[in-house]
Structure formats: structure tokens, C-alpha cells
Write a protein that binds this ligand. Structure first.
Ligand SMILES: [Zn+2]
Length: 291
């Protein structure tokens, strides 16, 4: 497979998918690694690292190191390291050896000028795309209607990825205005929004607002709650002079104190032709009356 100079993770994944048009779900990442030049996948036993890659500058072959953790997490690590291996412009900190921490594997944006971070973000984009190829993800999502955290769990199970990776993809591919907030120990950890969802007013580290469904019982662990209307200004900035949009929350608590909070914003209804006619008529009468 000619993957030299594919450049971006997106271009690289495109080439791989072209060469492997019949990939099953879950994507057999270890087999793919073997076909793409990875000799071995070994356990890594340095506590602070989640994964690593031993290779040379020419990428003649490589050994991936991955921590023995839950299968979805390990699969993501393997895919991330495969990304470093295939992107020739990724240069490790130490010659011949990449070592990646858990925080590297969660990195979605890089600070300007931070080359190391940029490389980690690219490896994560590669891992997400190869484990959840867009055409397969779209196919799976076609069966889903109203936004629901239950769908995120189905995606995570079927694609054998972490729930958070599935949540990020879900938000990105869902046609509605949604966001998923990942909370841990009562605080906002990370937020994923669809392009049309406004900025969430709580930065990472801030407490989950007290009015949120997250705090109210009875939310049972590992079962997605019902979807409930909430006050929009709990999560987004509502201009005082505008009618507040309808916002809905759904919560999925995990046993480890982590939770996903799905936020759904109703589409702003277009002013109907009838309403416009009435409004214009009213305006006209108003002006006429002043004359
Ligand atoms: Zn890395």
C-alpha cells in the first residue's frame, strides 16, 4: 500500500479505506497494523505511559507498545501509535521511540506552535477515523432518530471504542444541534459540540451547574436517564432581549463518578409565512395609526 506522503490523517485514512473497502465493524486494528508494517504489539509497563512506538526514521518496521487496559482503550492506543508510524513527519522526542501519556491520547486541540501537541492531535484524529470510518459510522447512525445517549453506548459497543470517543463522533455526525459534556466528580471535564451548538459557558474544571439533571436523583448508574427540559441559561449564554431557546438534558452516570450529559437545543423555528404576514400587517396598522 503506498502511503508515503499522505500528509494529513484524513488523507491517510482515505487511502487505507480505499485499499481496504470491506473493513468489518469493529475494525480489526491489530490485523491492519500487521498489514501496514507493524511487527509486534507488546505490553508497556511504564506506569506514566499509555502507549509507545519503537521504529526508525525510515519506518522500515515498528513495534507498538500498549498498556494492558480495557479493550476499547487499548485499541485506541494501538490506532494512535499506528498513526505516528504512518505519518513520516511525526518525529519522536527521543530518536526511534515515541512515548505517549493518557493526556496525549485525549488531546483534541493543539496550542499554536506546539509541534509535539500537534502531532498527538493528528495521531488522535487518525485513531478516531480508522476505528470509526466515516462511511461505516454514517451507516450505523442512519438508524438513529432523536438524539439519545443510548446511541452513543451502541456505537461504543459496536465499534469497540471508548464511550468518550463514540460521544465525540456522535456529536460530530448528528444532524441536530447537540453537545455532550463529560463530567467527573461534579465538575465539567470536557465538552463536545456540534458546529451549530453555541459555546458552553462552563469551562473545564468548573462545577456542573446546580440546576442540572446531573445532580438530581434518581439517576441510576449505567442507564441513560429520560430527556428533560431545562433552563437554557444553565449551559449557554442567552441574550436578555431574545426568546430563550428550548434546551433538553439527558444524563448517563457511570460507576466511576464520570458522567455524560447530552444537551439538545431545539431548532430555532423559522418565522412562518402566516406569522410574517400578520406581523407585517400589524406593523402597517401601527404606522398607519400614528399618521
Ligand atoms: Zn502519541
Amino acid at each position: 500500500m503506498d502511503l508515503v506522503d499522505a500528509g494529513s490523517p484524513e488523507a491517510l485514512v482515505k487511502r487505507i479505506l480505499k485499499a481496504e473497502p470491506n473493513l468489518p465493524v469493529p475494525v480489526p486494528i491489530q490485523e491492519l497494523c500487521a498489514r501496514l508494517g507493524i511487527r509486534r504489539i507488546e505490553d508497556i509497563d511504564i506506569d506514566e505511559f499509555e502507549g509507545g512506538l519503537v521504529t526508525d526514521a525510515k519506518r522500515s518496521d515498528g513495534t507498538i507498545l500498549a498498556k494492558r487496559v480495557g479493550e476499547p482503550r487499548r485499541r485506541f492506543t494501538i490506532a494512535h501509535e499506528l498513526g505516528h508510524f504512518l505519518m513520516a513527519h511525526h518525529v519522536p522526542d527521543q530518536p526511534g521511540r515515541f512515548l505517549c501519556k493518557n493526556s496525549d491520547l485525549l488531546c483534541v486541540t493543539a496550542k499554536e506552535g506546539d509541534e509535539r501537541q500537534r502531532r498527538e492531535v493528528e495521531a488522535n484524529r487518525f485513531a478516531t477515523l480508522i476505528l470509526m470510518p466515516p462511511h461505516l459510522l454514517r451507516g450505523a447512525m442512519a438508524a438513529f432518530r432523536e438524539p439519545d445517549l443510548q446511541h452513543v453506548l451502541v456505537l461504543a459497543r459496536d465499534f469497540a471504542v471508548r464511550k468518550e470517543a463514540a460521544a465525540r463522533a456522535y456529536v460530530q455526525y448528528h444532524p441536530e444541534r447537540i453537545a455532550i459534556v463529560v463530567a467527573g466528580n461534579g465538575r465539567v471535564q470536557r465538552c463536545y459540540r456540534s458546529l451549530s451548538f453555541p459555546t458552553i459557558i462552563h469551562a473545564a474544571g468548573n462545577p456542573v451547574p446546580t440546576g442540572s439533571l446531573y445532580h438530581s436523583s434518581p439517576n441510576q448508574p449505567n442507564i441513560a436517564s429520560d430527556t428533560v427540559a431545562c433552563s437554557a441559561d444553565l449551559w449557554i449564554d442567552v441574550k436578555r432581549d431574545l426568546h430563550a431557546p428550548d434546551l433538553y438534558e439527558q444524563v448517563y452516570l457511570q460507576k466511576n463518578g464520570f458522567a455524560m450529559i447530552l444537551l439538545r437545543l431545539d431548532a430555532v423555528p423559522e418565522e412562518s409565512a402566516e406569522e410574517r404576514r400578520l406581523n407585517e400587517g400589524w406593523r402597517h396598522r401601527f404606522h398607519s395609526g400614528r399618521r
